[in-house]
Write a protein that binds this ligand. Structure first.
Ligand SMILES: NC(=O)c1ccc[n+]([C@@H]2O[C@H](COP(=O)([O-])OP(=O)(O)OC[C@H]3O[C@@H](n4cnc5c(N)ncnc54)[C@H](OP(=O)(O)O)[C@@H]3O)[C@@H](O)[C@H]2O)c1
Length: 254
């Protein structure tokens, strides 16, 4: 993380598994990183984060954060404030494509109000509420990177296949929020970078049911994706803030 002149105070949300967990692991081996606030819905069941606490002690702080619950987001902000922590790297990995009650919609007939609401709650509204809560704690004079994990399928201009109504639309909305935040926070911190990042097609629970159609060489491990994302984070300049980038650094049209 050579682009950061100051010690890194990181916040990673969705940190108990998948890409978020891989990011936390890689941040902790980096001596530039002072502390990682690792937000996840249920730290009591986050065994992999527990293992990191055993290894790294107070450099990793598991926090209960559900991005659909404003109180838990406020609790995170209050803890940061109490610790005198001013995050200069925020990566929001919380995301929903499918779960027991929700499958990506192939056609209009599959769309449900509940499914759309949940997709938007987690993928679009969560990242904004998080930034609202921590805005005042973000340094104004130093390099800051805010990255929302988006998805290439959230690009309007890239959409040629259709389907996945809730996921695509909620990531597209997230992209607009990301750009808005980049503009607002960029006014007071000229060194701030706020972007959407596409992690690639990554071997996690999120992509597992859909991996049959993915060529093996195109499927990234969570560790590889996290490494590439950290390289992109390190390479982006404030002039590139407000954009949408893939794990290989290429720009994706909104
Ligand atoms: N994997 C891919 O191929 C791929 C491709 C494009 C984009 N992405 C994006 O990359 C991000 C990470 O995905 P992943 O592959 O690592 O998925 P994953 O393994 O399914 O992990 C999703 C993470 O989001 C968390 N999460 C879900 N709802 C949440 C909520 N309400 N509040 C806080 N955290 C919540 C989950 O926590 P729980 O364990 O509590 O559910 C989990 O930590 C997502 O935003 C996804 O859309 C992934």
């Amino acid at each position: 993380m050579k682009s950061f002149q100051d010690p890194i105070v990181a916040v990673v949300i969705g940190s108990n598994r998948g890409i978020g967990l891989a990011l936390v692991r890689q941040l902790l081996v980096n001596p530039m990183v002072d502390v990682v606030y690792a937000g996840c819905r249920d730290p009591g069941f986050a065994c992999d984060l527990d293992d990191l606490v055993k290894t790294y002690g107070t450099r990793v702080v598991p926090m209960a954060v559900d991005v659909t619950n404003s109180e838990s987001i406020e609790d995170l902000a209050n803890r940061l404030e109490f610790d005198g922590a001013h995050p200069n790297l925020i990566v929001n990995c919380a995301g929903l494509l499918h779960d027991r009650d929700l499958q990506p919609e192939k056609r209009l007939e599959d769309v449900t109000l509940g499914g759309l609401r949940r997709s938007f709650d987690i993928n679009s509204i969560g990242p904004v509420l998080l930034m609202k809560a921590v805005k005042q704690l973000i340094p104004n004079q130093q390099r800051v990177v805010i990255a929302n994990l988006s998805a290439r399928v959230g690009s309007l201009s890239d959409n040629r296949l259709g389907g996945w109504y809730g996921y695509r639309a909620s990531k597209a909305a997230q992209n607009m929020f990301t750009r808005n935040i980049a503009i607002e926070l960029g006014r007071r911190n000229k060194k701030l970078v706020c972007v959407g990042l596409h992690p690639g097609t990554v071997d996690t629970d999120l992509s597992r049911p859909f991996q049959r159609s993915v060529r093996t060489q195109s499927l990234l491990s969570a560790d590889t994706s996290a490494k590439r994302l950290l390289d992109v984070i390190d390479s982006l300049s404030p002039e590139e803030s407000g954009g949408f980038y893939a794990y290989d650094g290429s720009r994706i049209p909104w």
